[in-house]
Design a protein around this ligand. Structure first.
Ligand code: DC
Length: 215
């Protein structure tokens, strides 16, 4: 079974996707982390805007496990270097290039093949795996998403400012939603869950029930 969990930054999609991966014992693919990895490699290799596709010729390797996606570049595990707002911003900019999206989607499809997995992203259900067995779209208010992101970054040791994060979230939402090709929106057959006033366990239960129904 392939389950896609899409949603904007701070909607809770990572936490939910990892927990579903654990409960079902199937791998977890965090597509945003791979976008971030490509952004990071573009940054350190100094690739210009017109050269971003070259990143796919570089030695990037993705390893999947239960509740775990890790990215290696030149044998080094770079997964912990990808969490900053700077890398996120570049990832979101690169993501506006249609040719880049086509290429990274091919990468995801050949990485996964027919494997069972929980796939987290923005367009996992619309463009990467349009035939997924279950598509979830998580959302929450921008303020609640900023609050969650603030807590997460703080716990990871980053120095952060709530208002700045809220501004960045709104800006990123707009950029992601207004791409002329591949705008960010739920799949027509996705189940939309607004998590603003929900506890994590409630969201998990809801997703598990949907999986049972489809199973
Ligand atoms: O989920 P994230 O914040 O780590 O993703 C970083 C950026 O990558 C996000 O702003 C948009 C882009 N992205 C995308 O366009 N499509 C995906 N499936 C995943 C991420």
């Amino acid at each position: 079974m392939k389950i896609t969990i899409d949603g904007p930054a701070g909607s809770g999609k990572s936490t939910v996707a990892k927990e579903i991966s654990r409960r079902l014992g199937i791998p977890y693919l965090n597509t945003g982390l791979v976008y971030r990895a490509t952004a990071y490699v573009c940054m350190i290799e100094g690739l210009e805007e017109g050269e971003v596709l070259k990143v796919f010729d570089s030695p990037i390797r993705v390893e999947l496990g239960i509740a775990r996606t890790e990215v290696f570049y030149k044998q080094e595990n770079i997964s912990d270097k990808l969490g900053s707002e700077d890398v996120g911003k570049i990832a979101s900019q690169i993501a506006t290039f249609p040719a880049f999206r086509e290429r990274i989607n091919q990468f995801f499809r050949s990485l996964m093949g027919e494997k069972q997995a929980v796939i987290e992203g923005r367009d996992a259900g619309t463009h990467i795996f349009p035939n997924a067995d279950l598509k979830i779209f998580l959302t929450a208010s921008p303020e609640e998403r900023a609050r969650r992101r603030y807590e997460q970054l703080k716990s990871e040791g980053f120095q952060v400012d709530y208002q700045e994060i809220l501004r960045a979230i709104i800006e990123r939402d707009q950029r992601d939603a207004s791409r002329p090709l591949y705008p960010f929106k739920p799949a027509e057959d996705a189940v939309i869950i607004d998590t603003t006033d929900m506890k994590l366990e409630e969201v998990i239960e809801k997703v598990l029930n949907l999986i049972k129904e489809r199973g």
